[in-house]
Write a protein that binds this ligand. Structure first.
Ligand SMILES: [Zn+2]
Length: 180
């Protein structure tokens, strides 16, 4: 019975995921409503998961707070080549800039370097029979994806990130924000 319930939940989650993704605009610049979301405040965010569940869309919550993985090729940001900054979709922390994005062919937005050392937290992840390094947001500790050592120069790293937990802002919009 329990297993059926889990499967049902998974199926519902996937449906919501694909539904919201078809509705999602490629360039999501909508300002988040909740009070801790900020592109400029670097103070740590500690919000309990049951609070996040009320705040975040279901597909963001599932990846960010339950370490889920979006389907490959499902993110409009995967092929995004515009200049700009990628922020954490949960808290607004700056994570990556477009100059460090590359086409990895893996189906998820990929970068070879984060904005700064403090923008990311690294944790060993030995689940699913693999030795991987999980990357989390340095501000709110949301799950973002994993980092692998098969990336391009100059770092040789590949940050494989779920697009659903990224907010992309075009260069001029980000610049306008910093002037405020
Ligand atoms: Zn965050």
């Amino acid at each position: 019975m329990k297993r059926i319930l889990v499967l049902l939940l998974l199926a519902t989650g996937l449906q919501q995921c694909s539904y919201s993704q078809t509705k999602q605009q490629p360039m999501n610049t909508e300002q988040k409503k909740h009070p801790v979301y900020s592109n400029t405040d670097s103070s740590k965010v500690t919000v309990a998961n049951d609070e996040w569940k009320k705040i975040l869309p279901a597909n963001v919550y599932s990846v960010a707070r339950e370490k889920g993985t979006e389907l490959p090729w499902s993110s409009p940001l995967e092929g995004n080549k515009e200049k700009g900054t990628y922020y954490c979709a949960v808290c607004g922390n700056a994570l990556f800039v477009s100059d460090t994005k590359f086409e990895s062919g893996c189906g998820w937005p990929s970068f070879y370097q984060p904005v700064s050392k403090a923008s990311i937290i690294y944790t060993p992840d030995n689940t699913h029979g693999m030795e991987r390094t999980e990357v989390q947001c340095g501000r709110c500790k949301s799950h973002l994806g994993h980092v692998f050592d098969d990336g391009p120069p100059p770092t040789g790293l590949r940050y494989c990130i779920n697009g659903v937990v990224l907010d992309f802002k075009k260069a001029q919009e980000a610049a306008a924000k910093y002037k405020q």
